[in-house]
Design a protein around this ligand. Sequence first.
Ligand code: G16
Length: 551
Amino acid sequence: MSLITENISKLAHQHPPPANHIYAYGTAGFRTKATVLDAVLFRVGIIAVFRSQKLDGKAVGVMVTASHNPESDNGVKLVDPHGDMLDPSWEAYATALANTPLDSFASYCTQLANTLKIDLSKKANIIIARDTRPSGDSLLASLKDGIHAVNNGSVQVEDYGLATTPALHYLVRATNSKGTNDEYGEPTINGYMDKMVNAFNGLVQGKPSIAPLKVDCANGIGAPYIHDLNSRLNRVDAPLTLEPVFDDTTAGIGKLNNGCGADHVKSKQQLPVGFSPTPNQRCASLDGDADRIVYYYNDQRGNFKLLDGDKIASLLSVFIIDLVDKAGLSDTANVGVVQTAYANGCSSKFINAQQVPIKCVPTGVKHLHHAAQQYSVGVYFEANGHGTVLFSDEFINLIKNTVPVMPAQQTALQQLIALSEVANQTVGDALSDLLLVEAILIQKQWGPAEWDGLYEDFPNRLVKVTVPDRTAFTTTDAERKLVTPADLQKEIDGHVSKYQDGRSFVRPSGTEDCVRVYAEAQTRGQADELAFKSTIVRLCLEEKIYSDQDF
Ligand code: G16
């Protein structure tokens, strides 16, 4: 046994996996109850070192978070050197490592290192952080044990403590690109904030202020970041003020994502509990690790109006298309939008009507990010508020090197450059998205109702259903159709055909123990009927599946 194998074996025994527990790599990494995650975090530490060693010691990120899930859950997201999610081809190795029995664990690590041709004597650089969950501290310690289990003396760990997920993604890319021609920014939290705020300032300087924005921080790590962002905006006299609410980050008191946050607002189509904005007041909600944002307002009659990821994507794509046109680049650059099955049918119709191509991909940032990279400017958003705008290197070169012949063209080019710096190029980012949206609203001097007026959504319903085994549900066609259980899709199609503009699909969640049912139709009553009376009834009664209290 080599020294490293011995060390792995010794430390692995301090982090034994629970009996009979199978871990699955889900939509965004491992995610489940915090109480069964100790072994996973230890083992993820090892895979992170392997990944870094395989990539010649480039920094790899590990974020300990369960994002929108309840406070008692936790999880882990892995970040590749360019700042995007772990290459999907490595998910299988991470899963195998997580599920290897303790007795054979050390020898399996050696075997995996051999298969992947990893030189364990190479250096590795791991950047880590966590969200505010009470379990975060001890899980971070397990992660560090895993990292140090492979320590050959040249494994470096940089621990940022409490940070948002998008900040960690930024730090990974900024660290790896420092000193190169593609330098992404100063690899510090200050550098992350400065880059966004300076570029935002360039977009809105001299414009009249708009009403303050109420920001629901989900009682998570986004709270100190929103407070910090607000002070920075004040310092530069920006025409925007943020008013944070739900900003209590005290760990262990059950407030995180509870009755507040982006997932609550989007799934329940309701205000955060106990929150009553005045009519037409612009509000936004982040999730627990600040990588998602949705907007909303109450109209004059007190009706709740949601401005979700689809509305954000629509606002951004219309604005960008106009700038590309004014910059004289419409013939050279292609702008595209990437959505998932959850995108409201009306948003897709609206975007298509602007002559912008749309691509539909399975749920998960990794899928959207990859598809958006195919465009000069790729706007990607999940309806739940997770997204960003990617600018290709070629397009950045083009806008930086185009010599303007008219002042309007010069302004458009400058604004495109500024947008590319506000937009997080590594992952969906609530803070960066907030600044993108606010910059456009300030430029247009729009309130939420004007933005909402771009198009009207089809009423829709999203329901979680607890099932005995969600792995029994498999899908195809970017998750719009079920393959198994057999014949269930035929039944759903039968129900859908009864409703004009009806659409419904069922898919297993990759972050929670449930399947998600989505339905939309022309009226609220029909959307609910399609979701509850048709699709879910079929699920529950015929498949002998029992729903949670949402049913
Ligand atoms: C994660 C993913 C998102 C996905 C969401 C829900 O978000 O990053 O892409 O939309 O989970 O996934 P599912 O429907 O499979 O449970 P977050 O913000 O929770 O990390």
